[in-house]
Ligand binder design. Structure first.
Ligand code: PLP
Length: 275
């Protein structure tokens, strides 16, 4: 039977991130995609220029007919811009008993645009972390959520523990922003960087007390727009397909690596990847 996935996230009209990336990724894994828009952003590959957020009523109005009609096998959240939208999502997940819930705690775009305010981030941690099957911060997000600097792998473990203390059962910290800070890659200037083949892109999955490291080759590229959305969507699709969390993350990581490698290289900034 076709598995149906739901994304509750922002619209990036240029197609690289947000719900368009999610929909493409769900489809790539043979899942049927449904979506609820939390915010209409204005952006392209060079940056985010603004956004008009949706109300809780709008998000509820979008999600309720979908869950009344379809059996949702898995869902993910991306950009949840305000407290009221986050509280509504928590209500929708609980009242509809939605399973396989992936929370991508989107905080800021690569270009530095805040996609959520501080108050909302607090509510996201409080209300959604305990409901999530997995939360998937990148390093800057993990630093902001755990309120600490992350400079090495010990710090990553500490940050994961803090997030677990907030109620997140399982945490995937994406190390893509880590390479310039890691031991092998301790560098001060671009010229001193280790050879590309010496670097890897590492992600760290914490399931309770277990730690699993996923390592992929480092790809030197600017085609990184929407990688976080795509990874979380690929995990969601694979949970919908009945994979274990470890398998889902492993498959998702391979998918993203290939999507970066085969990126279309379009636009004047960070190209989208090949979802
Ligand atoms: N826009 C939307 C709607 C997003 O959900 C995200 C990230 O999740 C971004 C922009 C930022 O994407 P990136 O930092 O990869 O450009």
């Amino acid at each position: 039977m076709t598995k149906i996935c739901l994304t509750i996230a922002g619209l990036d009209p240029s197609g690289g991130a947000g719900i368009i990336a999610d929909i493409q990724t769900f489809s790539a894994f043979g899942c049927f995609a449904t979506a609820s828009i939390t915010s209409i952003t204005f952006q392209n590959t060079t940056g985010v220029f603004g956004a008009i957020h949706q109300t809780a009523e709008s998000v509820r109005g979008q999600v309720e007919p979908i869950v009344a009609d379809f059996e949702i096998a898995a869902l993910k959240t991306g950009m949840l811009p305000t407290r009221e939208v986050i509280e509504e999502v928590a209500r929708l997940v609980q009242s509809n008993n939605l399973k396989n819930f992936v929370v991508d705690p989107v905080v800021r775009s690569t270009s530095g645009f805040d996609l959520i305010d501080d108050e909302a981030l607090k509510v996201l941690i409080e209300k959604l972390f305990p409901l999530a099957d997995i939360v998937t911060p990148n390093l800057p997000e993990a630093e902001r959520i755990a309120n600490m600097k992350i400079e090495n792998e010990t710090n990553i473990e500490q940050a994961a523990k803090i997030m677990q203390s907030y109620g997140a059962k399982n945490v995937l910290i994406k190390g893509g922003h880590f390479e310039v800070k890691s031991k092998k890659a301790k560098v001060k200037s671009k010229d001193q960087r280790p050879k590309t083949e010496d670097r890897t892109a590492k992600d760290f999955l914490f399931i309770g007390n277990e730690k699993h490291i996923f390592e992929a080759e480092w790809i030197e590229t600017t085609a990184t727009h929407g990688t976080g959305c795509t990874l979380a969507a690929a995990v969601t699709a694979n949970l919908a397909l009945g994979k274990s969390l470890i398998e889902a993350v492993e498959i998702a990581k391979k998918f993203v690596t290939r999507a970066i490698k085969t990126a279309p290289n379009i636009g004047k900034g960070h190209s989208p990847i090949n979802h």
